[in-house]
Design a binder for this molecule. Sequence first.
Ligand code: GLV
Ligand code: GLV
Length: 327
Amino acid sequence: MKKVIAYNRVEKPVLEELERIYDIRFFKNVDTKNDPEFLEHLSESEGIIGLELPVDAELLDNAPNLKIISNVSVGYNNLDLEEMTKRNIMATNTPGVLTDTVADAVFGILIATARRIPELDHFVKNGEWKTEAIENEHFGNNVHHKTLGIIGMGRIGKAIAQRGHFGFDMNILYHSRSRKHDAEERFAAEYRTLDGLLEESDFVCVITPLTPETEGLIGKREFKLMKKSAIFINGSRGNTVVEQDLIEALKDGEITAAGLDVFEKEPIDPDNPLLYMKNVVTTPHIGSSTHETELKMSELAAKNLKSGLNGEKPANLVNPETCKDKS
Ligand code: GLV
Ligand code: GLV
């Protein structure tokens, strides 16, 4: 039986199915550089399936038999693709199956932030809703008919645009590496330069993958360009934003509020100032995490793993250079 590592998250029925085919060991948040059991299994493993395993040259040096790493996520910023490709190790992800789920989460966070739902929930549950009427200090901001600026118009960006356009009559602006004519036609989305989008949007939503080009994309200068009334939403990766600059923009009133599913450091440090700001809504990187979608992601990742280990080209290969000879 081929040895495989499952890391952090593979849904149970899928793991059980894989256990019938492979000698599979499950590890969760281990010290991947020093854990002796992990290193021993790694040295013999041909495949890895899982969530957010940090993969660099050192890990790959310890995995001489590895053929494929199958991420149970659409993002693959945890993988050093260059090192993997150099060693002819395949990398796969799970696009498509989570698109609407992430878009729902981003939109939910957007509404929760604009209408201050978590804060007002605490207010009610803490017994602070007395006889007097709700005051101006509890009011939120409209979502409908506002301008939504989407940075990164991939599948998820488009699903967010769809919700904004059809559900909430929002004006959609977008910034992307390339023009997306389908989004322009379907959602009346208008292309803007990054600066133009930041200046005009009521909601600035980042949903671009984390790459060397998008790391630190939004920082001090960008927050200054936004409206003071702007609400900032991050559903991508923490490092697309300079978190310290976000904290300062919120403190200095450069923007009004933020809704964040992702952070520079996850889990977030308990003393992070973002946790003590009333105008910040947080969720623990759960954009794709519904019962239905996590199962679909695990199933798709397992399919990719099996293709790769069977010597076929996996459907969701992200470094095609490794399969040049396969169709
Ligand atoms: C979630 O963040 C993913 O990349 O799938
Ligand atoms: C993810 O599927 C994306 O392309 O945004």
